[in-house]
Design a protein around this ligand. Structure first.
Ligand SMILES: C[S@@+](CC[C@H](N)C(=O)[O-])C[C@H]1O[C@@H](n2cnc3c(N)ncnc32)[C@H](O)[C@@H]1O
Length: 355
């Protein structure tokens, strides 16, 4: 395991990682959509890339979508994910039959020939144009990509704790809280150092929590799966079934408020976990979370430890894909508060490499 300190600049093989604007940069929407198109294409999602190409072409030609897709946006709000979700939702809700026939997640056949692709792009624009409210609602909503593939990372960190000490698990930006059930979700034995400690309670927060027991919640979560990613779609279905039997409440609250209520506690390990949510936060919220994490850590002891586990994008990390699993522990020892990089990999828990 490496201690974070001076880190080499990331030089990966994704086409446009080096040109990724800062999360807080304001960029023309088409620029952000084109960036996302290149990312999904490089990640092996050609149909998702066609969806983004369809709306880019329409906006460039001043078509019916142009009015909703040409303004300036905060880069870290990821409008591309929002557009992809709008199209997936229309297909899931049977409002876009021709589009659905081409989506692998829905059992469709991906368009391959130039003619089929052109037809698909035209169908995507027609479906979005038929009810612009779906696109507008999706653009206004922070992506709720609650990916249970990330549970493998949390399990990796939990497996390095004392298995005899129970854990109280807390998550910020939890969405539907699926990963709060990490102990019941599939992990990867090659990433785990030993048995997991028992999780004695689980609690998350989100600005906009999703209820995984409702059909609206399930549709919303499903819509954020990239349309080529059949495996992720299957994984989500499995996690929704786990959520039916293991309760894990997610309260509607800002991450800083939530953290301000966390304290170290005698006889248990407090674990604060978050994944794929940092990019959405303004700097003031990030600073607030850092402050609260230090505060909790400052009261931790050997019998009341605190562990912060993060799986977040970090362009300074080495390796082919720039997400890092960073674990920071406080237990009253000399190494308190030193972040350690445990693994790197892709956002959705793919291509993981242990350090
Ligand atoms: C891309 S989702 C990731 C969900 C989950 N962490 C995962 O990895 O599967 C980002 C989540 O962060 C939440 N979020 C964004 N800003 C937040 C804030 N200030 N406080 C709490 N949650 C926030 C969003 O509502 C959204 O559910």
């Amino acid at each position: 395991m490496r201690t974070l300190g001076h880190r080499p600049a990331y030089r990966g093989d994704m086409p446009n990682v080096d040109t990724r604007p800062d999360d807080d940069a304001w960029v023309p929407m088409p620029e952000a959509l084109a960036w996302q198109r290149d990312v999904v294409l490089a990640a092996g999602s050609p149909v998702a890339a066609q969806i983004l190409q369809a709306v880019l072409d329409d906006a460039a030609q001043g078509g019916g979508l142009a009015g909703d897709l040409t303004m300036t946006v905060r880069f870290g709000s990821f409008p591309g994910l929002r557009v992809m979700a709008a199209v997936h939702r229309l297909a899931l809700e049977r409002q876009a039959a021709r589009v659905a026939m081409c989506l692998p997640t829905l059992g469709g056949t991906a368009p391959v020939t130039p003619r089929d692709r052109a037809q698909f792009r035209s169908d995507v624009v027609s479906a979005l144009s038929a009810d612009l409210q779906v696109l507008r609602a999706s653009l206004a909503h922070t992506p709720q990509t609650n990916d249970p593939g990330r549970a493998a990372l949390l399990r990796c960190a939990l497996s390095r704790l004392d298995p005899a000490m129970p854990v109280r698990l807390r998550e910020i930006g939890a969405s539907a809280g699926l990963n709060l059930r990490a102990d019941a979700l599939p992990g990867r034995t090659d990433l785990e150092a030993g048995p997991l400690p028992m999780i004695v309670d689980r609690l998350g927060c989100d600005l906009s929590p999703v209820d995984p027991a409702t059909s609206e919640g399930r549709t919303l979560l499903s819509s954020y799966v990239w349309v080529d990613d059949v495996e992720r779609f299957r994984r989500l279905g499995e996690a929704l079934r786990v959520a039916e039997r293991i309760p894990a409440p997610v309260v509607e609250m800002d991450a800083v408020d939530f953290c301000s209520r966390i304290a170290s506690e005698e006889g248990v390990v407090k674990v604060l976990w978050h994944s794929a949510m940092w990019a959405y936060l303004p700097e003031s919220t990030r600073a607030g979370i850092r402050r609260e994490v230090k505060r909790i850590g400052s009261t931790a002891t050997a019998t009341a430890p605190f562990v912060h586990v993060a799986w977040e994008w970090d362009t300074d990390l080495p390796g082919p894909v720039p997400f890092g699993l960073v674990v920071t522990r406080w237990d009253g020892s000399d190494s308190d508060g030193q972040p350690r990089l445990l693994a790197t990999g892709g956002s959705h828990g793919n291509d993981i490499r242990l350090m």
